[in-house]
Design a protein around this ligand. Structure first.
Ligand SMILES: [Fe+2]
Length: 140
């Protein structure tokens, strides 16, 4: 059974950029819902295995993927945000960003524009793709 991670800072720690009400909504309602629904789906999958009844397997697997990705993305957000984040990447990451984007400003511009272009409550994050050793943007 999955459990929610502890929020590593108080609900008001990201203000004024992210209100305590918004963080509370994402942590206590949305993230909790993903955890609860993942556990519920895993119980339903266990029951399906025990009864050898996979008539609903497509829906269950789709739910597990959807709720599970909600957990991963919220934990990624919670664990990478905080009141004391550096204003610039460390030297190694900065070198990779300059290699992949040409400059830090070009990286920030792409991040800003990609963030503006995502729809509804989706998000954009940048991550190191270890297969090609490149910093890439991912719109979720
Ligand atoms: Fe959320």
């Amino acid at each position: 059974m999955l459990k929610m991670i502890e929020l590593p800072y108080p609900l008001n720690a990201l203000e004024p950029y992210y209100s305590s009400q918004t963080l509370e909504l994402h942590y206590k309602i949305l993230y909790k819902g993903y955890v609860d629904n993942t556990n519920k789906t895993q119980e339903e999958l266990k029951k399906a295995r025990e009864q050898n009844d996979f008539s609903n397997i497509k829906c269950l697997e789709k739910n597990l993927s959807f709720f599970g990705s909600g957990i991963i993305l919220h934990e990624l957000f919670f664990e990478n945000m905080g009141p004391a984040v550096p204003t610039e990447p460390d030297t190694k990451l900065m070198e990779q960003i300059i290699k992949d984007f040409g400059s830090y400003d070009a990286f920030k511009n792409q991040f800003t524009e990609a963030s503006k272009a995502v729809e509804a409550s989706r998000l954009v994050y940048f991550s190191m793709d270890s297969k090609v050793e490149q910093v890439r943007d991912f719109a979720m």
